[in-house]
Design a protein around this ligand. Structure first.
Ligand SMILES: [Mg+2]
Length: 315
């Protein structure tokens, strides 16, 4: 999908709720489909962000099609529905577009008939199973006695036709070795869920994101993966094919410029940043002032302190 320059509003990091009422109303009427990121927009880990459920539910009542779009590959869609409902979001399974689900649908769309070696969470193997694809690899797999013994004992499964790499708390040298070995066959497909460098956490720790695992595997394999998550456009192509979508009448809401907003820019969506998550006001301001196009692509059309601020303008 190419970047389109046909947006209805030519705004750049504009505080939406500081605009005249008619501009806000025009903006609200300018989209039919909403893609919203989850963590940092709707909730922070297990805590709902005040007002987000009311805004999402009102958007649905107004007839907007809302998709919950997440790079998290550690949950199946049913788990997301449960989590969203617990926080009072009106949400059905078909509203959830997660990367474990997308990876499974991607292989299915290719007519994939073989088995997958998964570097990732159980959710990945469960989503594959739901589309009828078998997999191996989930769970701990570390050196037992010595790596030399691991090499001697390893028997490659001849049925493996794809390697999917997602978030994996059990990621190990052994898994990297097995993934790269399978990928030495050029017919084996290489799919990654997302490239996030770090994952949000409630502590002041650095939690490595899926991107770090993918870089390790691709460095060993000397191959590039097909990434299904944000900011890659596959997610938008998927929604377009499954449900239909006019990019110009689509709004992307996110808290992270280098995934959420970049996806929106690449696909020609309108973009809204909320400051309740990763990207700060200062970072977004610096990007707006930058002369580099790659920085400008990360600048949202509009922003809000938090999604709930919209509620007062939705009647
Ligand atoms: Mg987020």
């Amino acid at each position: 999908m190419n970047k389109l320059n046909t947006k209805m509003f030519q705004m750049s990091f504009t505080n939406l709720v500081k605009q005249p009422k008619e501009v806000i109303t025009q903006f609200m009427n300018s989209f039919d489909i909403v893609l919203t990121d989850c963590d940092g927009v709707l909730w922070l880990a297990e805590e709902p962000i005040e007002g987000s459920a009311e805004v999402i539910n009102t958007l649905k009542e107004l007839g907007k099609r809302v998709f919950f779009v997440t790079n998290n590959s550690c949950k199946i869609r049913d788990d997301f529905v449960k989590k969203a409902k617990k926080m009072n979001f009106k949400c059905e399974k078909d509203d959830i577009i997660s990367t474990a689900y997308l990876a499974a649908k991607y292989l299915k769309s290719k007519g994939f008939q073989k088995k997958v070696y998964v570097v990732g969470a159980k959710a990945l193997s469960q989503e594959l199973e739901l589309v009828g694809i078998k997999s191996i690899g989930v769970g701990p797999d570390a050196v037992q006695t010595s790596f030399k013994n691991t090499l001697e004992e390893f028997k490659a499964d001849p049925d493996i036709g794809a390697v999917i790499v997602g978030d994996d708390e059990h990621f190990s040298y052994v898994k990297m070795f097995k993934a790269a070995t399978y990928l030495s066959n050029p017919d084996v497909l290489f799919v990654g869920t997302n490239s996030d460098e770090q994952d949000p956490n409630r502590y002041d720790y650095i939690v490595p994101g899926t991107g770090t695992i993918i870089i390790a595997v691709k460095t060993a394999a000397q191959r590039e993966p097909f990434i299904v998550g944000k900011p890659e456009a596959y997610i938008a192509d998927f929604i377009k094919n499954e449900y239909g979508m006019d990019p110009k009448r689509t709004l992307m809401i996110g808290d992270r410029c280098n995934t959420d907003i970049l996806l929106g820019t690449r696909c020609g969506f309108q973009t809204m940043l909320v400051l309740s998550g990763i990207t700060t006001f200062k970072e977004a301001t610096q990007r707006k002032q930058s002369k580099k196009q790659e920085e400008k692509d990360l600048v949202p059309d509009v922003y809000l302190e938090k999604l709930g601020d919209l509620l007062a303008y939705m009647n």
